[in-house]
Design a protein around this ligand. Sequence first.
Ligand SMILES: *Cc1c(COP(=O)(O)O)cnc(C)c1O
Length: 416
Amino acid sequence: MDNTSIVFPPLEIPETLAAGPGPGNTDPRVLDRFTQTGLADHMQADVLRGMIECKVMLREIWGTSNVYTYGVGGTGFSGLDCMLSAILPGDSVVAFVNGTFSGLDGLAIRMKAATRAELKINALDPKPSSVTIVEVPHGQSVTGEIVENALAEHKPKWAFMAHWETGSGRVNDLRGFSDACEKYDALGLVDAVSSLGIADFSIDDYPGIVGWASCPQKGVLCLPLTYAPVSFTERYIDEVRENGCHTYVHNPILEARHWGIIDGEDVEKGTYHRTHSGYAVAAFHEALRIILQIGKPQRAKDYAFHEKVLREAVEAMGCEVTSDMTSLVVLNLPDSLAGREMELVQGCRAEGFGIWPTLSEPVQIRIGILNQLSESAITDIVERFAAAMTEMGADIDLSQVHHVLKRHYESDMVSK
Ligand SMILES: *Cc1c(COP(=O)(O)O)cnc(C)c1O
């Protein structure tokens, strides 16, 4: 048989500037660890030791003494799937949705809580009677008051919220959510995909929340598809121990075993759960080392500082910023370019400048700064964006824009 027509040339993927909501450009130290790693099997001593060291570092990064703290192989939704697997058919849930990602989390929750009959009615978009989705408009945050009112009314077994909703760039009220969960005895679950590694928070300060899930490639800055960090309290694990869940792979108790967590205790060596990769473990290990070496408070400060510069620079171009996350700016174009958001984004992406539109209505532009925490990186992003707007006919006062950059970087960076 002649196979030449289906053997494609080697796949070349260009280097681009990842200036969106995530993934961020992987740190060179992480890539280096990945390529320096030898092929060892998943039970080799250094791979197992690396997993246990990752677990210890992850507890520090999450700010927790939860024993059940580890990485779930895959993307953010893999960690979320593991966390949400404790929700069983018929369970009552209130989920707060204020953008694309919490919307998808809400769908995952509806799929898990649906009874067999409810699933059959609408298999890909079930509407179980036990789940209440509280919709908060795009561009607004979930407030403590919204959570309080909904939990008071529905008194659910589980409550769910995203910490930072990357779809609309909004920070939701973690304190209000945790307090309301405690008050109404709901088990709180949080999507911390976008905030871990960026915001300086410690999950043990939020006792109403029993389950947390994040991702490899946003604030943690590891390679995509390595490990999604999760952490579960004893209360959560007791729930799974008592009622079980419908998965082996994403079972929050079983999945912990390879990381040396068995029967609620740390053991010296993990036992087989599924095949982990020495490459992934080494990359993840290095990403966690980077976060701890810089320190959570410093990292949070750096993000806040550079986000402010980017925000003020795009405002000087006539854009209106509607987000309040510190790793991402979500904006409306000036009136003269309104409606041409997709065209602008596509033009930038074609040039290797990877900004993003919003994925749900209204169409806005998202510019992220994951791992772009320097004067030169932010200046590059600002200049590329200004050039793209100018090309589309915007009348930008570049001296104003440079004045913003100069004002911040000359004053604030001197001390650093
Ligand atoms: C990116 C994101 C996700 C999805 O993560 P994947 O790694 O793409 O699976 C989920 N929730 C939030 C808040 C996100 O920002």
